[in-house]
Design a binder for this molecule. Structure first.
Ligand code: NAD
Ligand code: MG
Length: 403
């Protein structure tokens, strides 16, 4: 029955984060025999070293170069090579793994994800920002190299499992579900005073801080709309969002004949990771099971675009195309960091994104990023938007202090 062998040589980019930990945990629980080529982390050198000693990769790479001596020290005598910096991460991403988990957060994930795609690996894509910024170029790169990108974002994994890619024109709607985030029932006035602690308290998942804030603002769903448009070649008008607080239905695909296919399961990131690991087979592992009798009623609501303007901003950026999605992402990364740093308020995040996009539009910079190379042009857009967003957040921060 098992026509496809499971991948053997794997690399986990962002192994020290939430998705990275879930990936290694799944390997452990499913008792798969993997040979780890590379593990990478951002700053948490203790956790990276601990993972390296357990999984014995050829190389462990820490992004923070000042942490290299400590990593070397912790791996001394183990035979595991220690390296540091963004270039070393992109190098290990392109090494000989058959399956690469892309679980770095933010734009920083684009270069290594592209490197893995160029090397022809199966890319298990959690890092949605790389698709938003690298767009169709990333998918083209994978295809040209004979590789494939399999989504790990739970909504896209759901769509991937029920989407008939031979019948793209017969798909009338793709419906992405959303938990609504921690502020689903808050008023806008309450959200104005939301703290980073409240924003990162997601109802169903324990995730990294950045995606947690994105879930609270619903920018996460906005980025996911763009991600779905690229992954499934869907025009914006066929992509919808539905609030489904319980997160049992992970997304749905409606066909021209009125039939809707949904993918269901308990909210657990290890499930979409397992799907991406074994595809087109299924990985047996002690997964939590869906018990519909005890899970309680499933509810659905329309998203509130007034309360969550980020959703509209992302849709507009997708419709505008070109550099707009990458600029939206960069402005959001700057704004989320400023919010987590208590420099700006929660509602200032979407305001920063809107203002940055307007300013870039006015100066004609959204038309920039025209270099032939996909990574270079994404970098130009990212840098331009970051520069402006930093000015905007500094202004908002000053205004806040003056109050
Ligand atoms: P996280 O913050 O927990 O982990 C991020 C990882 O990236 C860590 O290993 C961190 O050390 C590393 N990192 C951070 N900055 C880096 C840099 N500049 N260079 C290299 N490495 C760096 O985040 P997460 O929640 O695991 O999310 C990772 C990605 O997966 C994000 O793009 C997120 O949107 C996506 N995602 C996460 C979930 C989830 O449940 N956590 C679900 C769907 C999609
Ligand atoms: Mg998601």
């Amino acid at each position: 029955m098992n026509a496809h062998a499971l991948p053997r040589k794997v690399t986990v980019l962002g192994s020290t984060g939430s998705v990275g930990l879930s990936t290694l945990d799944l390997f452990e629980l499913a008792k798969v025999e993997v040979e780890v080529v590379g593990l990478t982390g951002g700053r948490n050198v203790a956790r990276l070293a601990e993972q390296a000693l357990r999984w014995r990769p050829q190389v462990a790479v820490i992004e923070d170069e000042t942490a290299l001596p400590e990593l070397r020290d912790r791996l001394k005598g183990s035979g595991i090579q220690a390296a540091a910096g963004a270039t070393a991460i992109a190098e290990i991403a392109a090494a000989d793994a058959q399956w690469v988990m892309s679980a770095i957060v933010g734009f920083a994930g684009l270069a290594p994800t592209l490197a893995a795609a160029r090397a022809g690996a199966v890319v298990a894509l959690a890092n949605k920002e790389s698709l938003v910024c690298g767009g169709p170029g990333l998918l083209r790169t994978a295809k040209l190299a004979g590789g494939v990108v399999i989504p790990v974002d739970s909504e896209h994994s759901a769509i991937f499992q029920v989407f008939d890619s031979r019948a793209n024109a017969q798909v009338s709607r793709v419906i992405l579900t959303s938990s609504g985030g921690p502020f689903r029932t808050w008023t806008k006035a309450q959200m104005a005073h939301a703290t980073p602690e409240q924003a990162v308290a997601h109802p169903n998942f324990s995730m990294g801080a950045k995606i947690s804030v994105d879930s609270a603002s619903m920018m996460n769903k906005g980025l996911e709309i763009i991600e779905a448009a690229y992954l499934f070649s869907m025009p914006p008008e066929r992509l919808e969002v539905l609030i489904h607080h319980q997160q049992i239905i992970h997304s749905m695909v409606e066909y021209a004949d009125g039939s809707t296919l949904a993918q269901l399961g308990p909210p657990d990131m290890r499930a979409p990771i397992a799907c991406a690991f074994a595809w087109p087979d299924r990985l047996p592992w002690p997964a939590p099971r869906l018990e519909l009798v005890t899970s309680g009623p499933l509810t659905f609501e329309e998203p509130d675009l007034q309360k969550f303007p980020a959703l509209g901003l992302a849709k507009a950026a997708l419709a505008a195309g070109g550099a707009a999605p990458g600029a939206l992402n960069a402005a959001n990364e700057v704004a989320v960091a400023a919010f987590l740093d208590r420099k700006i308020g929660f509602l200032d995040i979407a305001a920063t994104v809107a203002e940055t996009l307007e300013r870039l539009e006015r100066t004609g910079e959204l038309a920039a990023g025209a270099s032939g190379d996909a990574l270079e042009s994404a970098r130009e857009t990212d840098a331009a938007a970051r520069r402006i967003a930093s000015v905007v957040t500094a202004g908002l921060s000053d205004a806040r202090q003056a109050q």
